[in-house]
Each structure stands twice: as C-alpha cells, then as structure tokens.
Design a protein around this ligand. Structure first.
Ligand SMILES: C[S@@+](CC[C@H](N)C(=O)[O-])C[C@H]1O[C@@H](n2cnc3c(N)ncnc32)[C@H](O)[C@@H]1O
Length: 534
C-alpha cells in the first residue's frame, strides 16, 4: 500500500504543485457522504445532485498513457473545475495538510481525466489518483504483452476479468480499469463493511454494477481465501491485484503518522482496519497471496501486488523464486514526482512472457539481480536511407523484413507467419531447431526433437474444417517450448554523431512463450549471426 514518507509532508500553505505523491489521507470530517444509504453509518448525509450515474466515455490508450507525466497545474485544474478552485489557496496552491482539499483533488482528477464520480467517506483512505492509475497502466502492459493471441498489442475485443483484493471505499482500481478498458470486468472484495457500502455506491454512481461484482465483507481470518475462485464460481481469471494493508500493527501506523509531523486531522493515513495486517504487514499479506497462488497456479494468469517498501520487494522475489520456483515474473516501480516511489510485483505460472517494459520496468536499488530474465533483444541495427521515390523499390524496413524471413525459413518451425503491415513475424518451435547439433542429426535422418501432440479440440468444437485446422494449429503452438516474435521497427538513434534525426531500423526479437531463457538467448544469437542485411 502507499506508505507515507516524511518528505511528502508539505508545510501548510506553501505553494506546491501536485505531482501525484499525495499520501493516503483521512478526511477531517467536513466532507460527508452525499447520497443516503442505510448501510452506511455516516452521521450526516447531504444529498448532492451532481452524483447521478454518469456514462463512461472510452478514450484511446495513448490518452491514458500521457496522463500525469507532467506536474499538475493546479490553477488550470481550478479553471476546469469550480469545486477544485474553491479549495485552492491564492488560486494556485493546494494545502496537502487539509484532508478536504486532498479529497477534492482526488475527486477532480477522477472526474476530469476519467469521467468518474466518487463518493468518499471521511474516515477511510482517499486514493492518490496518479499512483493508482500507474498500477492500471502497468497491468494493461502486462496483460497486453502476454495475451493468448500473441499480438503484443491492445485488443479492444478481449474480455479480461480481474480481482481487486481490498478494493476500499473508493473502488478506485475497478473504476479506473472500467473507464479505460470497455471489455474489462472486475470482482472486488474487502473485509470492511463500511468501505464496501461506499464501494457499492460508487459502482452505482458510475453505472458499472454489471461489470464490477462486489463481494464481502470477507472474513479477515486467514482461513477465508484472498482469491476465492471456487466460492465465486469462477474457473479462471486474468489477474489479481492488491494494494495490501501496509502496517504490521496499529502502533506502527500511529508512529509513522507522527513522523509525518502533520496535524492529526490531516496526518491520518487511513483507518487501522484498512491499513494494518497484523500477520506481517504487506509482506505477510502478499505471502498469503503467494501461498494461494501456489495452489491455484494457472487459474489466474497474473498475480500482482503493490508494495510500499523496496525491502518487501526483495523478500517477496526471493520467496517467489525460491519456495515458489517462479521464473515468470515482473517488477516495476510507480514513481510520482521526485519523492514518492511504490513497487509492484507480478508472477505467473503460465508460459506466456510479458514485454520488457512490463517485466523489467525499473532497476530496483537491490540491483538487476532481482529482475526476471530479459524478454527482448535487439539483434540488428541498420541505417535508414532516404526512401526511394520510385514505388517499385522497397523500403529499408521491407528489405530487413525479407532478410528476417529468409533466415527463419531455414528452420524447422512448428509455425511462422509474417505480418507485412506490422513488419512483425510470429514463430513457434518445439526446441532448439537452429543449433548445429539439431541440423547434424536432421541430416542423418534422425528427428532430433520429440514433439507432444495436442489435446485435440474436444472442448471447443469448430464449425468449419478451416476453423478446426486453425484451432488445432493454435493449440499446437501453445504447447511449443518456445514462442517468439521478430519485429522490424524504426527508431531515432543519436549514434556517434549525437544527431537526433539519425533514423535507424532495428530488428527486435521478443520471447513470447516458454520456460527456458537459454532458448531465447540462443535464438537471438542465431538471428544476430545469420541475418544477411540488405
Ligand atoms: C491499503 S487499502 C487499499 C484500498 C484501495 N484498494 C486503494 O488502493 O486505495 C487495503 C484494503 O484491503 C482491505 N483488506 C484487508 N484485509 C483484507 C482481506 N483479508 N481481504 C480483502 N480485503 C482486505 C482493507 O479493508 C483495505 O480496504
């Protein structure tokens, strides 16, 4: 979960732009529940006509990627939202020690940037939007780059189901996920009845009840699973996410709040029920998730968790690699402004490997040794000449693409296809079919690799012979020891001249499937040596 740091605490009234590092706040009590709900024990309820269901407007992925990449200009935000303007000091600065101001910032960003409205209780966490958004961006990257289609890109039609363990009153992750991905749906759990009542209301306000199933209150006892797939009647889901309770005791929570040197009304980092996990804080909570994942395994493609401390990341990666024998995992950092950094870890028992930006999204202070094996390698770089005007001559990218296809054509692959429009090829092999040893054996008439046969299509009957064949081929590829893509991209390379306009074409190999990192390294080496560049 978000850990407040001493440095986050601005002096009251100082001018400061919000760089997304507002720590978890508890409201002072002057923001009240705004829609009457008998299940919420709010002392005073003020009806607010703004809070009627709002339709979510899907926007393109690039829009979401660029959000919060620059410091937020509060004056501008105030011009766009009068409710935010009302809490600004001198029209341009925000008092981060005032819970009502921080809560308004959260509401304003959710409203303006995502079209979301939330009702937040005074005595529960108020989520900093940029940090929560970072988690969703990372999940999108993780899931897109390890999708069953191997396309390595966003597929709007792909239905994805996620479980948010400990969703909180704001329901922030399911709301952000639904706002960005129309085909995503969620199950959201919590142990806190008060938070859940607000979460249900926030689902209703945003009209996402059919896409977010809110379950609980769960029993906090360790006997009540964090990932209750059987109870929910779910065979499998795509991901689990959690921002776990951080502290191991209420005393630790109070201690850190004191260190932040904020007045009590503004210093609070959430109610103990949300923030304390007595059985070991965030490490204990995520270990519990690891335990469950070791039983559920591939019923969830990605298990993920956000962490407040880098030391927790070290401990959990060691646990996953050691006890869990996990090799397919991802590490990233969510950085907001210059000070606030959170970590996240994800792991999978499946064979589909995520891209480098998702799996090696940061270099932890503990060093590169904490990172999972690399899944991308650049095997060739070629200067892009000025493209010929004559339409009969082909571009450097096309010629490089042809060179890739020629090199790969010499191999005994289970499948290889080249997409000319994307300059990208997709291939599958049963093993190392590029080694000299393989070729020698093949020349002697020995089939060097024993292949496994598919399970057939008994569970998924195809309607036409063409579809049937396609399905069988897909199943065959899924069982291959190695899956890869080769892509020709152009990029700017300042090179030795330092000139930004020096454009090069690069050939990038991506490890898409398999459990043997050596196979990937060796294939990249084969391609590096055998590409006859144009
Ligand atoms: C740090 S808060 C995160 C809230 C929200 N997801 C966010 O990011 O703002 C942790 C949440 O986990 C919930 N929680 C604690 N133990 C839980 C459990 N065993 N199962 C589900 N939720 C739990 C708490 O009530 C709290 O809402």
């Amino acid at each position: 979960m978000d850990m407040p740091s001493q440095n986050d605490s601005p002096v009251r009234g100082t001018k400061r732009k919000y760089a997304g590092d507002g720590s978890e706040m508890r409201d002072s009590g002057n923001e009240l529940a705004t829609i009457a709900d008998p299940t919420i024990s709010s002392p005073t309820v003020t009806p607010d006509t703004h809070l009627v269901p709002v339709p979510l407007v899907p926007r393109n992925d690039d829009y979401f990627k660029t959000l919060y990449t620059k410091e937020t200009d509060f004056r501008l935000l105030g011009e766009r939202d009068p409710e935010f303007k009302a809490v600004l000091r001198h029209g341009s600065s925000l008092d981060f020690t005032d819970p009502a101001s921080v809560m308004q910032l959260t509401k304003t960003l959710l409203k303006l940037d995502f079209g979301l409205r939330v009702d937040l209780p005074a005595d529960r966490l108020c989520p900093p939007v940029p940090n929560r958004h970072n988690y969703i961006l990372w999940l999108k990257d993780l899931l897109d780059s390890s999708a069953p289609s191997y396309r390595g890109a966003y597929e709007p039609g792909r239905g994805v189901v996620g479980l948010d363990v400990g969703t909180g009153a704001s329901l922030v992750y399911p709301l952000l996920g639904c706002a960005q991905r129309p085909a995503w749906s969620f199950v959201a759990t919590d142990v806190d009845a008060r938070s859940l009542a607000y979460a249900r209301r926030n689902a209703a306000i945003n009209g996402v009840q059919s896409r977010v199933r809110i379950v609980g209150p769960r029993d906090a006892a360790a006997t009540d699973p964090l990932v209750p797939l059987d109870e929910l009647g779910l065979d499998s889901i795509d991901f689990v996410m959690t921002n776990p309770p951080f502290y191991a005791s209420a005393a630790e929570l109070a201690d850190l709040a004191r260190q932040k040197a904020r007045p009590p009304s503004g210093a609070c980092t959430g109610a103990p029920v949300e923030m304390v996990y007595a059985d070991g804080g965030e490490v204990g909570f995520v270990r519990r998730l690891v335990d469950e994942s070791l039983v559920l395994r591939e019923r969830v493609q990605w298990y993920t968790a956000m962490l407040g401390k880098q030391s927790s990341l070290d401990v959990l990666i060691a646990d996953l690699r050691g006890r869990g024998g996990v090799t397919n995992y991802a590490v990233t950092a969510f950085v907001q402004g210059s000070r606030t950094r959170r970590w996240a870890v994800g792991w999978s028992f499946g064979a589909r490997r995520p891209g480098a930006s998702a799996s090696r999204g940061c270099e932890p202070p503990g060093g590169k040794k904490l990172l999972p094996p690399s899944t991308e390698a650049t095997v060739a770089t070629w200067p892009v000449e000025e493209e010929a005007v004559d339409s009969s001559s082909s571009s450097s990218t096309e010629r490089l693409g042809r060179a890739v296809c020629e090199a790969v054509a010499t191999l005994d692959l289970v499948s290889w296809s080249w997409d000319r429009t994307r300059s990208r090829g997709l291939g599958f092999a049963d093993g190392n079919v590029w080694s000299r040893a393989y070729r020698r054996k093949k020349a002697r008439g020995v089939h060097p690799i024993t292949t496994t046969s598919g399970d057939g299509d008994k569970d998924n009957p195809a309607s036409s012979p063409g579809q049937k064949q396609q399905q069988q081929q897909q199943q065959r590829c899924e069982q291959c020891a190695f899956g890869f893509s080769v892509e020709v991209r152009t990029s700017k390379d300042p090179g030795e001249t330092g000139k930004e306009d020096n454009v090069v074409a690069v050939v990038v190999v991506r490890w898409l499937q398999g459990n043997d990192h050596v196979l990937f390294e060796s294939f990249a080496g084969f391609l590096r040596n055998s590409l006859r560049l144009p």
